[in-house]
Design a protein around this ligand. Structure first.
Ligand code: G3I
Length: 373
């Protein structure tokens, strides 16, 4: 555990108490349903076990919806900008950087004694409109390294961790190493990954550097293949002394699916055996395949949160749990993967009225039952 994390967690336990008054978007504990009346802040529940809980949120929702901002302030001990540290937000032109919205979220996090984590330095998505016409084989390496160095230097000393490379794998692209045929791979070669990690470490030696990947959780043959490719890369990076400190498990999972199987457990143990930490970076639980009845959906989503978190928290290197959003009022899933019956999805811990759901209690219980870090 880094000194900064220790200080944060030590402080978080008392801060959690202070933030009680804001725990649920300003509602007093007495207004909470009986099951959660004595449960206020997930930040406090996590800190009590040596864990950190937080969420990814965009600045527009935090600044434009004060009750939602209060909920985030009361519940989170670590914050990830959902959009504001991606190229699309940071890079208005090939020669300029615009840190304003990222700095807004940093100041929001700092004002509530939260840690701040960056997502993401190198990805093939969320790229600005000028990118395709500007970046090619001749300049991609220099463009990438300048971006990583400039952005990480700007936040040096203020960042808990960075998702240095996001989702670099796609076995359907049929490369022996399983890497995705992104512009970075095509223009720089597979070494773009280690180059990015070295540049990030040089710009901020204190930040924890993470490779962030999706769809590693389900128990099936295809995922086993992907886990094998990820483990091979992580093993090579560690062997070559690349400054990588952790694997980000995005954990965009589905209710009712097996995401706590032996294949995933074996993979996570192998990652820890490399000396890497495991971070839960984008947790949400999709209810798309469940019947429309809200009580049924909420109960099954809550069960999946409890089962999955209980499984993940058995791995002692897991100290940070972030959900991707905090309230069903704002979730990427409604846009990206709406339910066939067009009912609003309910993947998060608080409903669209910012009230705690059974999933909130489920996460609370998983934290309370977790081995203390
Ligand atoms: O804000 C504009 C709006 O003004 C415009 O009208 C609208 C239609 O063009 O677009 C809006 O911006 C969208 C933004 O989300 C806010 O809704 C972008 O087009 C859209 O690309 C962006 O999608 C985000 C996506 O990453 C790409 O950055 C999602 O919200 C975000 O949840 C998603 O997050 C990713 C992680 O970074 C990586 N892991 C998977 C995860 C989910 O896909």
């Amino acid at each position: 555990m880094t000194r900064r994390e220790w200080l944060y967690i030590a402080g978080g336990v008392c801060l959690g108490a202070i933030s009680d008054s804001k725990a649920h978007g300003g509602s007093a504990a007495s207004e909470l349903p009986a099951t959660t009346a004595n449960r206020t802040s997930l930040r406090e529940a996590a800190a009590g076990r040596g864990l950190m809980f937080g969420a990814a949120v965009p600045w527009k929702q935090v600044s434009g919806d004060p009750p939602f901002g209060d909920l985030v302030a009361g519940q989170c001990g670590i914050l990830t900008p959902e959009l504001e540290l991606k190229w699309e937000a940071l890079r208005p032109t090939a020669h300029d950087f615009d840190f304003r919205t990222a700095e807004f979220l940093y100041q929001f996090a700092k004002s509530h004694q939260m840690l701040f984590r960056g997502h993401t330095l190198v990805w093939e998505a969320a790229l600005p409109s000028w990118f395709a016409a500007t970046v090619d084989m001749g300049n991609a390496k220099q463009v990438m390294l300048e971006h990583v160095s400039s952005v990480v230097s700007h936040f040096a000393g203020r960042m808990h961790s960075w998702d240095v490379v996001n989702e670099p794998f796609q076995l359907e692209d049929e490369r022996p190493d399983g890497l995705k045929l992104t512009p970075w791979l095509r223009f720089v070669g597979p070494e773009y990954i280690e180059l990015a990690f070295h540049a990030a470490h040089e710009a901020d030696p204190r930040a924890m550097l993470v490779l962030n990947e999706n769809w590693l959780e389900p128990e099936n043959f295809a995922t086993d293949q992907k886990r094998g490719a990820v483990l091979a890369l992580l093993t090579r990076l560690v062997k070559n002394r690349v400054p990588i400190h952790g694997l980000g498990i995005q954990a965009h999972i589905f209710a009712g699916t097996n995401v706590t199987g032996p294949g995933f457990a074996k993979f996570l143990h192998a990652v820890e055996d490399l000396g890497l930490s495991i971070m839960m970076t984008e947790l949400d639980v999709r209810d798309n395949s469940l019947p429309g009845d809200v009580a049924t959906r909420d109960a099954q989503v809550a069960k999946q949160y409890y089962d999955f978190l209980s499984f993940m928290l058995q791995f002692k290197s897991v100290r940070t749990v972030l959900t991707w959003g905090l309230s069903d009022r704002f979730t990427w899933i409604n846009r990206h993967n709406p339910r066939k019956d067009r009912l609003p999805v309910r993947p998060l811990l608080f409903d669209a009225e910012l009230r705690p759901k059974p999933a909130f209690d489920a996460v609370w219980r998983a934290f309370e039952e977790a081995p203390k870090r």
